[in-house]
Structure formats: C-alpha cells, structure tokens
Write a protein that binds this ligand. Sequence first.
Ligand code: C5P
Length: 332
Amino acid sequence: MKVKRRNPAIRIYNHPPVSVTVRSFAKINLGLRIGARRADGFHELLTVYQTIAPHDSIRIQVDRGTGIEIRCVDPRVPRDESNTCYRVVNKAMQYWRAKGRVVVEIEKRLPVQGGLGGASSNAVAALLGLERVLKKSLPAEERLRIAAEVGSDLPLFLVGGTILGVGRGELVYGLEDLPAIACVIVTPGLGVSTAQAFAEWDRQLTVSMPSDRMSELGRGLSAWLSASYSGAPRSGRGRAENPLLELVRAGIKNDFEEVVFPEYPELSEGKSALESAGAKYASLSGSGSALYGLFSSREAARRAVSKLRRQGWAAQATVTLTRREYWKRVLR
Ligand code: C5P
C-alpha cells in the first residue's frame, strides 16, 4: 500500500505544550551620533550599545493549533501583529514552515518607549525561546536578518555586552568584553517616540554636516579602541579606571538630547540630578525617556539612588552586563 506522505517541510507540533522562559535584558547607548537621512527614510547611526542587568521575562509556549497569541497585563504593550515578538515569531515559523500555536507571555518591568530597547529585546528573547522550545535554530545570518527586519535595535541583543552599532543601528559588532560597571537608571514616567525624535532632528537639522558629526564620534571611538586592542605603547601608566569610563570621557554624546531635552525639560533635569548625585557620566539612553549614570562603585550608585529617590525620581541601581554574563543569564 502506498503511504501518502505529508510535505516533510511542514511539521505539526502536537506534543504536549512545552514552555521556556527567557530573560530579556535592557540596553543603554554609550554615545549616539545621528548622520544623514538615507533614501529609505532611516538615518545613519554610530553608537555603542551596552547591555545592562534590568530585564523583562518572556515565556514561550508552543501548543497544538495555529496562530500567535501575545499575553501581557500592561495595556501599553500591543497584543496584535504590530508587537515585535509577534513579528519575529511569525517570520521564524514561516522560515521553518512550522505549524503550531505560539503563546508569548511578556512580564513587563522595563519602561515602554523608554530608550532601553525593551520591545526589541523582548522580540529577540521570544526568538531564542522559540528556538529552545522547538529544538531548532536559525542559521546565524538568518537570525540577524529577521531581527533587523523587525527593528534597528534588535540585532544588538543577539550579541550582548559592549557592541558597536552602525548602518541604521542594525549592523552590530561585538567589542571587547569589558568589566561590569555600576550604573543608575532613572525612568521618568513618560514615553518618547523614536520616529518622532528622528523627525524632529530632521526639522532642526543644525550647524555641522552629518558626516562631520559621525567622524567626530568615530575618531573618539577609534582612539579608545586602539588603546584597547592595538598593543601600541601609550603614555602614562595605561588604564587606571574602568575602560567604559574612559570611553565616555572620550567626548561621546547622545545627539537625541538636542531634540528631546527641549521638548521634555524634565529629562534634562534628570540628567543634571544624576550628575549632582555623583555620576561620572550621565546621558539620555537612545531617544529616551530613560537616563543613566555611570558610577565609580556600586556603593556610590546605591547612595545616588537614595538621593535621587528623595528628590522624587524613579531610580534604580544596577550594573552593565558583559557578553559572557548576558549569555549566562539569558536562558535559565
Ligand atoms: O528600526 P526601528 O523600528 O527601531 O525604527 C523606528 C523608527 O525610527 C523608524 O521607522 C524610523 O522612522 C526611525 N529611525 C530612523 N533611523 C534609524 C532608526 C530608526 O530614522 N537609524
């Protein structure tokens, strides 16, 4: 008797539901320069991303049936096809031509529209969880392609640690794994739209040429990197402090502050509050609204948090996550 075979590429997952929980860490931007607006509407970027310890949790479950369900008690998180987790899961399932009902449960602790990459990180965590549950993995290039299609800030979460971001932010290069540093995150209770911040940047497009702005940060980064990698003799005693503090002292800045601070003066005040609480460097992260400060010790960060909270700021002490720690903690 001839057995009719199903298309082998299509699998139906009719095993009992299996679930995996993945930590979805946040990022900050250690400097961000906005370059020219490209023909596709995106802007050239030059930034250094750094993963940090605060995180959401993403639970992935694959069940019988079809479709993707997003669960989240936070009403600000979309539950439809616009959710970044939905989009990534959909693309991965299509790539594998896999069938099954995927449930993505988001436990939200990171701010929404906070500049900490929460939605992007959630999507990457969903993808990693899905791979785990289905015991499948995408080729690395495919994973990066899907991530970049969904948003410029996703690919960084496939690398973790300290990362150079170029292109529209989606081309990511892992930098040397540097020691963790204490930081304080201030999360004002407001959301900033990245698209609107870029639009405002275009409206106000100021003094210097976009390419000059990029080269300026580029030179600072090159000098910092060459001190790390080149082995070239340098003057003085070499690195006396955490290399991340040396990086921010290289004169880096976040261009978004120029358009976001005038619109939300409270954020500029938050940066000043971090500085007067002892931050060695303070900045807006991405297009905000979160601000961060880097501190010389965990104790200094804790003291700053007490001071900031007394002044009414929502602040938390945390640490940066090296690439090694990031991957150790993502899947638990
Ligand atoms: O890629 P992502 O979805 O994060 O981008 C959100 C919006 O921000 C884009 O639609 C675009 O308007 C703007 N953007 C930009 N240049 C970038 C990244 C984002 O103009 N490099």
